[in-house]
Design a protein around this ligand. Sequence first.
Ligand code: NAD
Length: 482
Amino acid sequence: MNVIVKPPFRREAMRIAGKLVQTDDIVEVFHPYDNSVVGTVPAARPEHVRDAFAKARAFKPKLTRYERQQILQRTAEILRDRKEEFARLIVAETGLCWKDGLYEASRAYDVWSFAAQLTIRDDGEIYACDISPMGKARKIFTTRTPLLGVISAITPFNHPLNMVSHKLAPAIATNNRVVLKPTELTPLTALALADVLYEAGLPPEMLSVVTGNPSTMGDAMITDPDADLVTFTGSVRVGKHIANTAGYKRVVLELGGNDPLIVMEDADLDKAAELAVAGATRNSGQRCTAVKRILVVNAVADEFSKLVAEIAKTLKSGDPLDPSTDVGTVINERSAILFENRVNAAVELGAEVLHGAPRQGALFAPTVVDHVPYDCELVREETFGPVIPIIRCPGDIAEVIRISNSTAYGLSSGVCTDRLDYINRFVTELEVGTVNVWEAPGYRIEMSPFGGIKDSGLGDKEGVVEAMKSFTHVRTWSMPWT
Ligand code: NAD
Protein backbone atom coordinates (compact mmCIF):
# COMPACT_ATOMS: atom_id res chain seq x y z
CA MET A 1 0.00 0.00 0.00
CA ASN A 2 1.27 3.49 -0.81
CA VAL A 3 1.61 6.35 1.62
CA ILE A 4 -1.83 7.58 2.71
CA VAL A 5 -2.72 11.06 1.49
CA LYS A 6 -3.53 13.65 4.12
CA PRO A 7 -7.15 14.87 4.01
CA PRO A 8 -7.66 18.28 2.38
CA PHE A 9 -7.38 21.37 4.63
CA ARG A 10 -10.60 21.88 6.58
CA ARG A 11 -11.84 25.30 7.66
CA GLU A 12 -14.36 24.09 10.18
CA ALA A 13 -17.34 25.70 11.90
CA MET A 14 -18.87 24.82 15.24
CA ARG A 15 -22.14 22.91 15.23
CA ILE A 16 -24.63 24.65 17.52
CA ALA A 17 -27.93 22.77 17.47
CA GLY A 18 -26.94 21.69 13.97
CA LYS A 19 -26.18 25.23 12.68
CA LEU A 20 -22.71 26.05 11.41
CA VAL A 21 -21.25 28.84 13.55
CA GLN A 22 -17.99 30.68 12.81
CA THR A 23 -16.11 33.18 14.94
CA ASP A 24 -13.54 35.86 14.14
CA ASP A 25 -10.81 34.09 16.08
CA ILE A 26 -9.67 30.63 15.11
CA VAL A 27 -7.54 27.81 16.46
CA GLU A 28 -5.13 26.06 14.10
CA VAL A 29 -4.86 22.28 14.10
CA PHE A 30 -1.45 20.80 13.29
CA HIS A 31 -0.19 17.51 11.88
CA PRO A 32 2.54 16.78 14.46
CA TYR A 33 4.86 14.98 12.02
CA ASP A 34 5.58 18.02 9.82
CA ASN A 35 3.77 20.79 11.72
CA SER A 36 1.61 21.57 8.69
CA VAL A 37 -1.77 23.13 9.45
CA VAL A 38 -4.46 20.59 8.58
CA GLY A 39 -7.42 22.73 9.52
CA THR A 40 -8.85 25.47 11.69
CA VAL A 41 -11.77 25.63 14.10
CA PRO A 42 -13.53 28.60 15.63
CA ALA A 43 -12.30 29.94 18.97
CA ALA A 44 -15.56 30.11 20.89
CA ARG A 45 -16.21 32.74 23.49
CA PRO A 46 -18.22 31.95 26.66
CA GLU A 47 -21.38 33.35 25.03
CA HIS A 48 -21.22 30.68 22.29
CA VAL A 49 -21.12 28.01 24.99
CA ARG A 50 -24.07 29.66 26.76
CA ASP A 51 -26.02 29.74 23.51
CA ALA A 52 -25.34 26.03 22.89
CA PHE A 53 -26.55 25.04 26.36
CA ALA A 54 -29.63 27.27 26.17
CA LYS A 55 -30.65 25.79 22.81
CA ALA A 56 -30.10 22.26 24.09
CA ARG A 57 -32.10 22.93 27.26
CA ALA A 58 -35.00 24.36 25.31
CA PHE A 59 -35.36 21.14 23.33
CA LYS A 60 -37.19 18.16 24.83
CA PRO A 61 -36.01 14.86 23.29
CA LYS A 62 -38.87 12.51 22.55
CA LEU A 63 -37.13 9.73 20.64
CA THR A 64 -38.55 6.27 21.25
CA ARG A 65 -36.19 3.44 22.07
CA TYR A 66 -36.65 2.18 18.54
CA GLU A 67 -35.76 5.56 17.04
CA ARG A 68 -32.66 5.85 19.22
CA GLN A 69 -31.60 2.35 18.29
CA GLN A 70 -31.95 3.20 14.60
CA ILE A 71 -29.89 6.40 14.90
CA LEU A 72 -27.15 4.67 16.90
CA GLN A 73 -26.93 1.67 14.58
CA ARG A 74 -26.94 3.89 11.47
CA THR A 75 -24.10 5.88 13.00
CA ALA A 76 -22.16 2.66 13.60
CA GLU A 77 -22.69 1.60 10.01
CA ILE A 78 -21.69 4.96 8.52
CA LEU A 79 -18.52 4.88 10.63
CA ARG A 80 -17.76 1.37 9.40
CA ASP A 81 -18.32 2.41 5.79
CA ARG A 82 -16.12 5.53 6.22
CA LYS A 83 -13.51 3.91 8.41
CA GLU A 84 -10.62 4.97 6.19
CA GLU A 85 -11.88 8.54 5.93
CA PHE A 86 -12.01 8.80 9.74
CA ALA A 87 -8.63 7.10 10.11
CA ARG A 88 -7.10 9.71 7.76
CA LEU A 89 -8.53 12.52 9.85
CA ILE A 90 -7.31 10.93 13.10
CA VAL A 91 -3.81 10.45 11.67
CA ALA A 92 -3.75 13.98 10.28
CA GLU A 93 -4.56 15.70 13.56
CA THR A 94 -2.85 13.36 16.05
CA GLY A 95 0.23 12.04 14.23
CA LEU A 96 -0.81 8.52 15.29
CA CYS A 97 0.16 5.93 12.69
CA TRP A 98 -2.27 4.63 10.07
CA LYS A 99 -2.61 1.27 11.86
CA ASP A 100 -3.62 3.05 15.08
CA GLY A 101 -6.04 5.29 13.18
CA LEU A 102 -7.78 2.31 11.56
CA TYR A 103 -7.94 0.47 14.88
CA GLU A 104 -9.59 3.43 16.56
CA ALA A 105 -12.19 3.76 13.82
CA SER A 106 -13.08 0.06 14.29
CA ARG A 107 -13.42 0.43 18.04
CA ALA A 108 -15.82 3.31 17.55
CA TYR A 109 -18.09 1.03 15.51
CA ASP A 110 -18.40 -1.20 18.59
CA VAL A 111 -19.28 1.71 20.88
CA TRP A 112 -22.16 2.83 18.65
CA SER A 113 -23.37 -0.67 17.87
CA PHE A 114 -23.35 -1.75 21.54
CA ALA A 115 -25.22 1.42 22.51
CA ALA A 116 -27.80 0.63 19.83
CA GLN A 117 -28.32 -2.85 21.22
CA LEU A 118 -28.51 -1.65 24.82
CA THR A 119 -30.96 1.19 24.20
CA ILE A 120 -33.83 -1.23 23.57
CA ARG A 121 -33.29 -2.96 26.90
CA ASP A 122 -35.39 -1.78 29.84
CA ASP A 123 -33.46 -2.26 33.06
CA GLY A 124 -36.35 -1.26 35.36
CA GLU A 125 -36.74 -3.25 38.58
CA ILE A 126 -39.74 -4.29 40.64
CA TYR A 127 -39.79 -4.51 44.45
CA ALA A 128 -42.67 -6.37 46.09
CA CYS A 129 -43.62 -4.59 49.34
CA ASP A 130 -45.37 -7.41 51.23
CA ILE A 131 -42.07 -8.73 52.51
CA SER A 132 -42.07 -7.67 56.17
CA PRO A 133 -44.60 -7.43 58.99
CA MET A 134 -44.97 -3.71 58.16
CA GLY A 135 -45.27 -4.50 54.46
CA LYS A 136 -48.17 -3.53 52.26
CA ALA A 137 -49.82 -5.00 49.23
CA ARG A 138 -47.98 -2.72 46.86
CA LYS A 139 -45.13 -2.82 44.37
CA ILE A 140 -42.36 -0.29 43.79
CA PHE A 141 -41.10 0.04 40.24
CA THR A 142 -37.92 1.75 39.04
CA THR A 143 -37.41 3.49 35.75
CA ARG A 144 -34.44 5.45 34.43
CA THR A 145 -35.09 8.96 33.12
CA PRO A 146 -32.81 11.29 31.16
CA LEU A 147 -31.29 14.25 33.02
CA LEU A 148 -33.49 17.33 33.30
CA GLY A 149 -30.64 19.48 32.08
CA VAL A 150 -27.86 19.06 29.56
CA ILE A 151 -24.69 16.94 29.61
CA SER A 152 -21.43 18.87 29.27
CA ALA A 153 -18.81 16.59 27.69
CA ILE A 154 -15.10 17.45 27.56
CA THR A 155 -12.69 15.10 25.77
CA PRO A 156 -8.91 14.59 25.36
CA PHE A 157 -6.70 14.35 22.28
CA ASN A 158 -5.46 10.76 22.44
CA HIS A 159 -8.54 9.01 21.01
CA PRO A 160 -10.32 11.79 19.11
CA LEU A 161 -13.07 9.45 17.87
CA ASN A 162 -13.39 6.80 20.54
CA MET A 163 -13.38 9.02 23.63
CA VAL A 164 -15.98 11.29 22.03
CA SER A 165 -18.06 8.23 21.09
CA HIS A 166 -17.95 7.02 24.70
CA LYS A 167 -19.61 10.27 25.77
CA LEU A 168 -22.10 10.73 22.93
CA ALA A 169 -23.41 7.20 22.30
CA PRO A 170 -24.60 6.53 25.89
CA ALA A 171 -26.03 10.06 26.06
CA ILE A 172 -28.10 9.54 22.94
CA ALA A 173 -29.09 6.03 24.02
CA THR A 174 -30.64 7.59 27.13
CA ASN A 175 -32.37 10.49 25.31
CA ASN A 176 -30.07 13.17 26.68
CA ARG A 177 -28.86 16.40 25.08
CA VAL A 178 -25.13 17.09 24.95
CA VAL A 179 -22.82 20.03 24.44
CA LEU A 180 -19.41 18.62 23.52
CA LYS A 181 -16.08 20.40 23.75
CA PRO A 182 -13.43 18.30 22.07
CA THR A 183 -9.82 19.23 22.73
CA GLU A 184 -8.43 22.14 20.74
CA LEU A 185 -5.59 19.81 19.63
CA THR A 186 -7.79 17.31 17.73
CA PRO A 187 -11.26 18.78 17.17
CA LEU A 188 -11.70 17.88 13.48
CA THR A 189 -12.69 14.24 14.05
CA ALA A 190 -15.34 15.21 16.59
CA LEU A 191 -16.92 17.68 14.16
CA ALA A 192 -16.97 15.03 11.42
CA LEU A 193 -18.65 12.63 13.86
CA ALA A 194 -21.33 15.22 14.67
CA ASP A 195 -22.17 15.40 10.96
CA VAL A 196 -22.51 11.62 10.83
CA LEU A 197 -24.97 11.77 13.74
CA TYR A 198 -27.07 14.44 12.06
CA GLU A 199 -27.01 12.38 8.87
CA ALA A 200 -28.12 9.32 10.84
CA GLY A 201 -31.21 11.23 11.96
CA LEU A 202 -30.27 12.73 15.34
CA PRO A 203 -32.37 15.82 16.06
CA PRO A 204 -29.67 18.52 15.81
CA GLU A 205 -30.75 20.18 19.07
CA MET A 206 -29.57 17.06 20.91
CA LEU A 207 -25.92 17.67 20.03
CA SER A 208 -23.80 20.80 19.80
CA VAL A 209 -20.05 20.88 19.36
CA VAL A 210 -18.17 23.98 20.53
CA THR A 211 -14.47 24.48 19.93
CA GLY A 212 -11.77 26.77 21.22
CA ASN A 213 -9.20 27.51 23.86
CA PRO A 214 -10.04 26.15 27.29
CA SER A 215 -8.52 29.26 28.93
CA THR A 216 -11.29 31.32 27.31
CA MET A 217 -14.29 29.04 27.31
CA GLY A 218 -13.38 26.03 29.49
CA ASP A 219 -15.04 27.29 32.65
CA ALA A 220 -18.23 28.09 30.73
CA MET A 221 -18.48 24.34 29.99
CA ILE A 222 -18.19 23.55 33.71
CA THR A 223 -20.42 26.20 35.24
CA ASP A 224 -23.24 26.63 32.73
CA PRO A 225 -26.56 26.78 34.64
CA ASP A 226 -28.19 24.39 32.17
CA ALA A 227 -25.47 21.74 32.55
CA ASP A 228 -26.62 19.05 35.01
CA LEU A 229 -23.60 16.79 34.61
CA VAL A 230 -20.02 17.32 33.46
CA THR A 231 -18.40 14.23 31.98
CA PHE A 232 -14.67 14.70 31.52
CA THR A 233 -11.85 12.53 30.22
CA GLY A 234 -8.36 14.00 30.44
CA SER A 235 -5.55 14.88 32.79
CA VAL A 236 -5.59 14.84 36.58
CA ARG A 237 -4.78 18.56 36.65
CA VAL A 238 -7.83 19.58 34.65
CA GLY A 239 -10.02 16.91 36.28
CA LYS A 240 -9.31 18.34 39.73
CA HIS A 241 -9.98 21.86 38.45
CA ILE A 242 -13.38 20.63 37.22
CA ALA A 243 -14.10 18.95 40.56
CA ASN A 244 -13.32 22.25 42.32
CA THR A 245 -15.29 24.43 39.91
CA ALA A 246 -18.42 22.47 39.04
CA GLY A 247 -20.28 23.14 42.30
CA TYR A 248 -23.69 21.47 42.65
CA LYS A 249 -23.47 19.31 39.53
CA ARG A 250 -22.73 15.69 38.94
CA VAL A 251 -19.21 15.09 37.65
CA VAL A 252 -17.78 12.01 35.97
CA LEU A 253 -13.97 12.16 35.87
CA GLU A 254 -11.90 9.70 33.84
CA LEU A 255 -8.33 10.83 34.43
CA GLY A 256 -4.74 9.84 33.82
CA GLY A 257 -3.12 6.51 34.51
CA ASN A 258 0.28 5.09 35.35
CA ASP A 259 -0.47 1.44 34.75
CA PRO A 260 1.94 -1.35 35.62
CA LEU A 261 2.54 -4.58 33.77
CA ILE A 262 3.74 -6.98 36.45
CA VAL A 263 5.94 -9.94 35.46
CA MET A 264 6.47 -12.65 38.08
CA GLU A 265 9.15 -15.37 38.05
CA ASP A 266 6.83 -18.09 36.68
CA ALA A 267 5.71 -16.03 33.66
CA ASP A 268 6.14 -17.07 30.03
CA LEU A 269 8.65 -14.31 29.27
CA ASP A 270 8.12 -14.21 25.50
CA LYS A 271 4.42 -13.64 26.00
CA ALA A 272 5.03 -11.07 28.74
CA ALA A 273 7.55 -9.16 26.60
CA GLU A 274 5.06 -9.02 23.69
CA LEU A 275 2.40 -7.57 26.01
CA ALA A 276 4.88 -5.10 27.47
CA VAL A 277 6.02 -3.66 24.14
CA ALA A 278 2.59 -3.58 22.51
CA GLY A 279 1.00 -2.14 25.66
CA ALA A 280 3.61 0.61 25.95
CA THR A 281 3.79 1.65 22.31
CA ARG A 282 0.37 1.29 20.63
CA ASN A 283 -1.24 4.64 20.01
CA SER A 284 2.27 6.07 20.51
CA GLY A 285 1.98 5.14 24.20
CA GLN A 286 -0.77 7.74 24.51
CA ARG A 287 -3.48 5.66 26.12
CA CYS A 288 -4.65 6.29 29.64
CA THR A 289 -4.15 2.54 30.12
CA ALA A 290 -0.86 2.20 28.25
CA VAL A 291 1.80 0.17 30.03
CA LYS A 292 3.68 3.01 31.73
CA ARG A 293 5.78 0.91 34.12
CA ILE A 294 6.95 -2.70 33.88
CA LEU A 295 7.56 -4.30 37.25
CA VAL A 296 9.64 -7.44 36.79
CA VAL A 297 11.08 -9.56 39.59
CA ASN A 298 14.88 -9.78 39.74
CA ALA A 299 15.04 -13.53 39.09
CA VAL A 300 13.92 -13.14 35.45
CA ALA A 301 14.75 -9.48 34.82
CA ASP A 302 17.92 -9.99 32.72
CA GLU A 303 16.26 -12.38 30.29
CA PHE A 304 13.04 -10.37 30.17
CA SER A 305 14.63 -7.00 29.42
CA LYS A 306 16.66 -8.57 26.60
CA LEU A 307 13.44 -9.89 25.03
CA VAL A 308 11.73 -6.52 25.42
CA ALA A 309 14.60 -4.73 23.68
CA GLU A 310 14.58 -7.28 20.81
CA ILE A 311 10.87 -6.81 20.17
CA ALA A 312 11.07 -3.01 20.47
CA LYS A 313 13.81 -2.99 17.81
CA THR A 314 11.40 -4.54 15.29
CA LEU A 315 9.01 -1.57 15.54
CA LYS A 316 9.17 1.02 12.81
CA SER A 317 8.80 4.57 14.05
CA GLY A 318 8.27 7.28 11.47
CA ASP A 319 5.86 8.95 9.05
CA PRO A 320 2.33 8.33 10.39
CA LEU A 321 0.95 8.30 6.84
CA ASP A 322 3.20 5.41 5.79
CA PRO A 323 1.05 2.28 6.30
CA SER A 324 4.08 0.24 7.40
CA THR A 325 4.81 2.56 10.35
CA ASP A 326 4.13 0.98 13.76
CA VAL A 327 4.58 4.05 15.95
CA GLY A 328 3.80 7.57 14.75
CA THR A 329 4.49 10.81 16.58
CA VAL A 330 3.29 11.95 19.97
CA ILE A 331 0.91 14.88 20.06
CA ASN A 332 3.54 17.64 19.82
CA GLU A 333 7.21 18.43 20.17
CA ARG A 334 6.73 19.88 23.66
CA SER A 335 5.52 16.48 24.93
CA ALA A 336 8.37 14.65 23.16
CA ILE A 337 10.92 16.96 24.81
CA LEU A 338 9.35 16.26 28.21
CA PHE A 339 9.72 12.49 27.70
CA GLU A 340 13.29 12.91 26.50
CA ASN A 341 14.12 14.93 29.63
CA ARG A 342 12.50 12.36 31.90
CA VAL A 343 14.47 9.52 30.29
CA ASN A 344 17.71 11.52 30.68
CA ALA A 345 16.92 12.23 34.32
CA ALA A 346 16.30 8.51 34.95
CA VAL A 347 19.67 7.71 33.32
CA GLU A 348 21.36 10.15 35.67
CA LEU A 349 19.86 8.13 38.52
CA GLY A 350 21.30 4.85 37.19
CA ALA A 351 18.84 3.71 34.51
CA GLU A 352 20.14 2.30 31.23
CA VAL A 353 18.70 2.89 27.75
CA LEU A 354 18.63 -0.46 25.90
CA HIS A 355 16.99 0.87 22.75
CA GLY A 356 15.88 4.22 21.38
CA ALA A 357 16.60 6.81 18.71
CA PRO A 358 17.27 10.54 18.76
CA ARG A 359 14.07 12.58 18.98
CA GLN A 360 13.05 14.39 15.80
CA GLY A 361 10.46 17.06 16.54
CA ALA A 362 7.38 15.22 17.83
CA LEU A 363 8.74 11.85 16.71
CA PHE A 364 9.85 9.98 19.81
CA ALA A 365 10.78 6.38 19.00
CA PRO A 366 9.96 3.49 21.37
CA THR A 367 12.60 3.72 24.08
CA VAL A 368 13.44 0.79 26.34
CA VAL A 369 14.90 1.89 29.69
CA ASP A 370 16.08 -0.73 32.17
CA HIS A 371 17.00 -0.43 35.87
CA VAL A 372 14.57 2.49 36.31
CA PRO A 373 14.27 3.58 39.97
CA TYR A 374 10.61 3.03 40.87
CA ASP A 375 10.21 6.53 42.29
CA CYS A 376 11.89 8.66 39.60
CA GLU A 377 9.83 11.15 37.59
CA LEU A 378 9.72 8.95 34.46
CA VAL A 379 7.54 6.40 36.26
CA ARG A 380 6.15 8.33 39.22
CA GLU A 381 4.38 10.76 36.90
CA GLU A 382 2.32 9.73 33.87
CA THR A 383 4.73 9.65 30.89
CA PHE A 384 2.26 9.80 28.01
CA GLY A 385 4.46 8.47 25.21
CA PRO A 386 6.12 5.26 23.91
CA VAL A 387 8.66 4.82 26.70
CA ILE A 388 9.10 1.23 27.94
CA PRO A 389 10.51 1.59 31.48
CA ILE A 390 11.59 -1.57 33.30
CA ILE A 391 11.64 -1.47 37.09
CA ARG A 392 13.39 -4.41 38.72
CA CYS A 393 11.72 -5.61 41.93
CA PRO A 394 12.62 -8.00 44.75
CA GLY A 395 10.97 -11.42 44.33
CA ASP A 396 8.50 -10.76 47.12
CA ILE A 397 4.92 -10.19 46.06
CA ALA A 398 4.23 -7.81 48.96
CA GLU A 399 7.07 -5.59 47.74
CA VAL A 400 5.85 -5.78 44.12
CA ILE A 401 2.40 -4.69 45.25
CA ARG A 402 3.85 -1.89 47.37
CA ILE A 403 5.84 -0.53 44.43
CA SER A 404 2.83 -0.86 42.14
CA ASN A 405 0.65 1.08 44.58
CA SER A 406 3.29 3.75 45.20
CA THR A 407 2.06 6.29 42.63
CA ALA A 408 -0.91 8.62 42.97
CA TYR A 409 -2.71 6.84 40.12
CA GLY A 410 -5.05 3.84 40.18
CA LEU A 411 -6.44 3.12 36.75
CA SER A 412 -5.64 -0.38 35.50
CA SER A 413 -2.97 -3.08 35.56
CA GLY A 414 -1.75 -6.18 33.76
CA VAL A 415 -0.37 -9.23 35.49
CA CYS A 416 1.78 -11.99 33.97
CA THR A 417 1.66 -15.06 36.18
CA ASP A 418 -0.20 -18.38 36.30
CA ARG A 419 -0.05 -18.71 40.07
CA LEU A 420 -3.51 -18.48 41.60
CA ASP A 421 -2.18 -17.32 44.96
CA TYR A 422 -0.46 -14.38 43.23
CA ILE A 423 -3.52 -13.63 41.12
CA ASN A 424 -5.68 -13.60 44.20
CA ARG A 425 -3.42 -11.10 45.93
CA PHE A 426 -3.13 -8.82 42.88
CA VAL A 427 -6.90 -8.73 42.39
CA THR A 428 -7.40 -7.95 46.06
CA GLU A 429 -4.52 -5.63 46.84
CA LEU A 430 -3.65 -3.60 43.74
CA GLU A 431 -5.19 -0.13 44.13
CA VAL A 432 -6.70 0.05 40.65
CA GLY A 433 -9.99 -0.12 38.78
CA THR A 434 -8.98 -3.16 36.67
CA VAL A 435 -6.66 -6.16 36.94
CA ASN A 436 -6.09 -8.03 33.65
CA VAL A 437 -4.35 -11.37 34.05
CA TRP A 438 -2.28 -12.13 30.95
CA GLU A 439 -3.43 -9.03 29.13
CA ALA A 440 -2.24 -5.46 28.87
CA PRO A 441 -3.90 -2.99 31.27
CA GLY A 442 -5.77 -1.49 28.32
CA TYR A 443 -7.72 -4.63 27.52
CA ARG A 444 -11.49 -4.19 27.67
CA ILE A 445 -14.56 -4.30 25.51
CA GLU A 446 -16.41 -1.07 24.82
CA MET A 447 -19.34 -2.23 26.93
CA SER A 448 -17.57 -3.42 30.08
CA PRO A 449 -17.14 -1.13 33.11
CA PHE A 450 -13.99 0.91 32.93
CA GLY A 451 -12.45 3.58 35.15
CA GLY A 452 -10.01 4.23 37.95
CA ILE A 453 -9.63 5.23 41.58
CA LYS A 454 -7.19 7.52 43.47
CA ASP A 455 -6.03 10.30 41.10
CA SER A 456 -7.32 8.32 38.07
CA GLY A 457 -10.94 9.09 38.86
CA LEU A 458 -13.67 9.21 41.45
CA GLY A 459 -14.63 5.59 40.92
CA ASP A 460 -17.45 6.16 38.46
CA LYS A 461 -17.17 3.84 35.52
CA GLU A 462 -17.42 4.43 31.80
CA GLY A 463 -18.13 1.81 29.17
CA VAL A 464 -21.52 1.95 27.51
CA VAL A 465 -23.48 0.12 30.24
CA GLU A 466 -22.16 2.19 33.15
CA ALA A 467 -22.24 5.48 31.25
CA MET A 468 -25.92 4.92 30.45
CA LYS A 469 -26.52 4.55 34.18
CA SER A 470 -24.55 7.65 35.09
CA PHE A 471 -26.40 9.73 32.48
CA THR A 472 -29.82 8.92 34.00
CA HIS A 473 -31.77 9.35 37.23
CA VAL A 474 -33.52 6.42 38.82
CA ARG A 475 -37.14 7.31 39.46
CA THR A 476 -39.26 5.02 41.60
CA TRP A 477 -43.04 4.82 41.49
CA SER A 478 -45.40 2.55 43.36
CA MET A 479 -48.96 1.34 43.23
CA PRO A 480 -51.31 -1.00 45.06
CA TRP A 481 -50.73 -4.61 44.06
CA THR A 482 -52.19 -7.71 45.60
P1 NAD B 1 -6.14 17.60 29.16
O1 NAD B 1 -6.63 17.47 30.56
O2 NAD B 1 -5.03 18.52 28.88
O3 NAD B 1 -7.36 18.06 28.23
C1 NAD B 1 -8.56 17.34 28.21
C2 NAD B 1 -9.69 18.29 27.84
O4 NAD B 1 -9.85 19.27 28.85
C3 NAD B 1 -9.45 19.04 26.54
O5 NAD B 1 -10.67 19.13 25.84
C4 NAD B 1 -9.02 20.41 27.04
O6 NAD B 1 -9.28 21.45 26.12
C5 NAD B 1 -9.92 20.54 28.26
N1 NAD B 1 -9.52 21.56 29.23
C6 NAD B 1 -8.26 21.98 29.54
N2 NAD B 1 -8.33 22.95 30.47
C7 NAD B 1 -9.65 23.12 30.77
C8 NAD B 1 -10.36 23.99 31.65
N3 NAD B 1 -9.73 24.83 32.44
N4 NAD B 1 -11.70 23.91 31.66
C9 NAD B 1 -12.35 23.03 30.88
N5 NAD B 1 -11.74 22.20 30.01
C10 NAD B 1 -10.40 22.24 29.97
O7 NAD B 1 -5.82 16.11 28.68
P2 NAD B 1 -5.18 15.65 27.29
O8 NAD B 1 -3.73 15.99 27.33
O9 NAD B 1 -6.02 16.07 26.16
O10 NAD B 1 -5.37 14.06 27.42
C11 NAD B 1 -4.44 13.21 27.98
C12 NAD B 1 -4.87 12.80 29.37
O11 NAD B 1 -6.15 12.16 29.35
C13 NAD B 1 -3.93 11.76 29.96
O12 NAD B 1 -3.70 12.07 31.30
C14 NAD B 1 -4.70 10.47 29.82
O13 NAD B 1 -4.32 9.46 30.72
C15 NAD B 1 -6.10 10.94 30.08
N6 NAD B 1 -7.09 9.99 29.57
C16 NAD B 1 -7.85 9.29 30.48
C17 NAD B 1 -8.75 8.33 30.04
C18 NAD B 1 -9.60 7.54 30.99
O14 NAD B 1 -10.57 6.94 30.54
N7 NAD B 1 -9.29 7.50 32.27
C19 NAD B 1 -8.89 8.11 28.66
C20 NAD B 1 -8.12 8.86 27.77
C21 NAD B 1 -7.22 9.80 28.24
